[in-house]
Design a protein around this ligand. Sequence first.
Ligand SMILES: Cc1cc2nc3c(=O)[nH]c(=O)nc-3n(C[C@H](O)[C@H](O)[C@H](O)COP(=O)(O)OP(=O)(O)OC[C@H]3O[C@@H](n4cnc5c(N)ncnc54)[C@H](O)[C@@H]3O)c2cc1C
Length: 469
Amino acid sequence: MTHGLRGNRIFTLTGFQNTKAEREFDTIIAGGGAAGVGAAVGASLAGAKTLLVESGGSLGGAASLRGVITYCGVYTFEDPPRQVVHGVMREVLERLASRSAVTGPHRHRGVFLVFDPEANKRVLDEVCLDAGVNLSFHSRAIRVHKEGNRLAGIVLETAGEFSEVTANSFVDATGEATLAHLAGASTRYGNAGNQLNLGSLATRFGGISAEASVTADDIAAAVAESRGRGIGPFSKDKSVVCRLPYSADLVIYVASHDYDPRDRSSITEAELAGRRQAEAYLEAVRTIPGCERAYLVSTGPEFGTRESRHLNCVYQLTWRDVMNKRGFEDCIALGAWGAEWHERETFGSVMEAAPGNGFYQIPLDCLRSVDTCNLLAAGRTADGDRKAGAAIRVLGTAIATGQAAGVAAAQIADSGGISVPDLQRELFTQGQTATPEQLAEMRVKPPWEPAPREFAKAKIRGILFGGRD
Ligand SMILES: Cc1cc2nc3c(=O)[nH]c(=O)nc-3n(C[C@H](O)[C@H](O)[C@H](O)COP(=O)(O)OP(=O)(O)OC[C@H]3O[C@@H](n4cnc5c(N)ncnc54)[C@H](O)[C@@H]3O)c2cc1C
């Protein structure tokens, strides 16, 4: 039994011997993926003493742990595309661009940018540290302390040692909504009717010349031909095809398995099946002209879960809202990615674009836990129906919902509640486009073009990141 201090009150945690009581924070963000980074920077820039806890050893989440190396959702699919996610995302892209570690926008089923994952890790470290975020790696949230309908503290585990951190507000950016689940907050797995996006193990192939052109159709044809020769096992045959900056390595997301990431036997089976498939895909890739000397640089390293638990929030964003271009008074982020669905039974995937290939509004209420008043969702854990959830989960949008959740959490820590106009204003001050009106006002250019004067003066560039320009 150990004791923790929160304000003037003492609470008791049972079941963890030798738990060290640690510092108190205004806001704690659980999970250091795209959403967690957005949230931590947003909260810290809004004035909250912020702790970001991450079970792994680096930031980036799926970008570092699951071979996801394209930022989707940053641009609309219009021609020319419009950037709708700025703020923390823009800072990340500029720092990647200064290292020549990000490409310009590519068009496939949407518009995305490919980045170098190692540079991305460093950039995310820098962006968090420059914003004053306290980082805690190898810190897995394993238990929580609640006071009524509020979260009060988290127990973290590091190599069998336990420590406990307290705060006034929390953001669940764990992807699996682990924090909310541990807190007994209302969550659900996937969506109604057992609807859940399929997971895939990323495979990265080296030894391919930069000049060799490899398309999604080439991969599908190579898989079909190899299958005919008795090679396998294969699951998906089509994937977005990414070539990395620097190495021109090929990254595809084909090796797939239907599993439950909450069940250790099931996810173990998926990891084993994924690696078996990766070898078969390597054989197939080697049959594509220019890829004869291909080798497997990496898998994963973890199997990539596209969807798991969501928080049940005050409002669930629906695909109907997206298609009707519904306006929300509490709009806090703009989405641009379509409903990208990976089917568990057929291993096929479909993409339904946003209306007019443009952007749509995301309300704060789909980030506010329905029953735990100081807990917010961000990224994959946000509340959307089957298709809306499949659209807002991508990295660029996750940074945007994260930044909004972080600012909202900072407000809760400061005053106990959220003022939507103040939240929207703060996001704009941080360089983020919270509403369509703000987007129209912002008129910024992509990071590889010089930033206009008015943006250079914005808080996020001028004050908060040390006035680089
Ligand atoms: C195969 C695959 C391909 C994809 N392709 C793309 C793509 O091309 N472009 C794109 O934009 N998106 C893509 N996505 C989607 C995208 O990766 C996710 O939707 C996105 O990573 C969500 O970000 P997040 O921060 O919410 O979650 P995550 O990236 O999953 O980050 C969650 C973080 O929380 C940490 N964590 C978990 N539990 C705990 C705990 N208890 N305590 C402390 N930390 C914890 C994890 O270690 C992780 O770092 C793909 C996803 C998959 C699986």
